[in-house]
Design a binder for this molecule. Structure first.
Ligand SMILES: NC(=O)C1=CN([C@@H]2O[C@H](COP(=O)(O)OP(=O)(O)OC[C@H]3O[C@@H](n4cnc5c(N)ncnc54)[C@H](O)[C@@H]3O)[C@@H](O)[C@H]2O)C=CC1
Ligand SMILES: NCCC[C@@H](N)C(=O)NCCCC[C@H](N)C(=O)O
Length: 263
């Protein structure tokens, strides 16, 4: 899995606030309100413990602090444990934590100790970024959506789009992965290199670890791009040329989705 860097998180707090405003403009739901809608859950004063984990590549600067900002920004009660790893887990439980947030290099989870619910960041990220597109007012009647990147984030997004009755077009550089997804889900294969079938979209989802994965041919004027992928998959030049509105934030949107998944 591509790991976050401190640079990825440097502007996270502004990005979360700006994306929440954009999501509200696009969907008439705040991010918090959209999570309540899609999960049909709500917070009830849960105490949320964030445990720094030193495994693998270790602590990522400001990762825990970014989670704490997200928790507090949405009016919830949280703290970062003084201890890391197992000692941190013990501290969290002894301090009465209801929900644990913790991440190593392979998984980032939310676990509700009271109701047993557990959530995975990649699944919850794919779901919330897809639901933002599905709830976009301007494109409610256009059911076509392009999904670029069919990995651990993109695949839950495909499942969400199908649940929301979208016409899902999929692309991935890994053609075997495309074939797997097309054989397992009622989706359409989209090949940007096949000029015989050019198609552009008002709604584009991207979840790859590469830049410039969204080419000009798939864009319409004022297309909406919802992309958890890091780095950003569309160039600044194309964003400006086509008046693209883009939902992109490194950690907080997915984290709030996880929390609503375990309330
Ligand atoms: N913003 C957020 O909150 C989060 C962001 N991410 C980011 O999302 C991205 C995807 O994460 P995962 O799904 O876990 O990774 P993954 O490795 O499971 O899947 C990535 C997929 O993208 C495909 N791909 C790579 N380059 C491509 C290209 N140029 N064009 C089309 N497809 C391409 C790969 O073949 C693979 O199937 C990563 O950059 C990760 O850091 C992940 C979780 C949360
Ligand atoms: N954008 C959400 C997905 C994050 C994921 N790509 C990642 O970097 N995971 C590694 C997190 C490691 C955190 C570290 N163990 C710490 O606790 O500071």
């Amino acid at each position: 899995m591509a790991l976050l860097t401190p640079e990825d998180l440097a502007n996270m707090t502004n990005a979360l606030v700006e994306n929440d405003r954009l999501i509200t403009e696009l969907t008439d739901y705040s991010l918090d309100g959209l999570c309540r809608e899609i999960y049909d859950t709500a917070p009830h004063n849960e105490k949320i413990a964030i445990i720094p984990i030193t495994a693998g590549n270790g602590i990522i600067g400001s990762f825990s602090e970014s989670l704490l900002f997200t928790v507090k920004h949405f009016g919830m009660d949280g703290f970062i444990t003084e201890n890391t790893d197992v000692a941190g887990y013990y501290e969290a439980v002894m301090k009465g934590a209801d929900i644990i947030l913790m991440a190593d290099d392979l998984a980032y989870i939310a676990h509700n100790l009271k109701n047993g619910k557990i959530a995975h960041n990649q699944i919850c990220t794919g779901r919330i970024y897809a639901e933002i597109l599905c709830h976009a007012k301007d494109y409610a009647d256009d059911k076509d959506v392009l999904v670029i990147g069919l990995g651990k984030v993109g695949t839950p997004a495909v499942e969400t789009f199908l649940k929301e009755k979208q016409n899902v077009y999929v692309f991935d550089v890994d053609s075997k992965r495309v074939d797997e997804v097309v054989s397992n889900y009622p989706v359409f294969k989209y090949d940007p290199n096949d000029s015989k079938t050019p198609k552009s979209f008002f709604k584009i989802f991207e979840a790859t670890p590469c830049a410039d994965t969204i080419c000009e041919d798939v864009l319409k004027q004022n297309s909406l791009v919802s992309t958890p992928g890091i780095p950003c998959g569309i160039s600044g030049e194309l964003i400006e040329k086509y008046g693209i509105r883009i939902v992109l934030e490194p950690l907080g949107i997915g984290t709030l989705s996880m929390l609503y998944a375990v309330f």
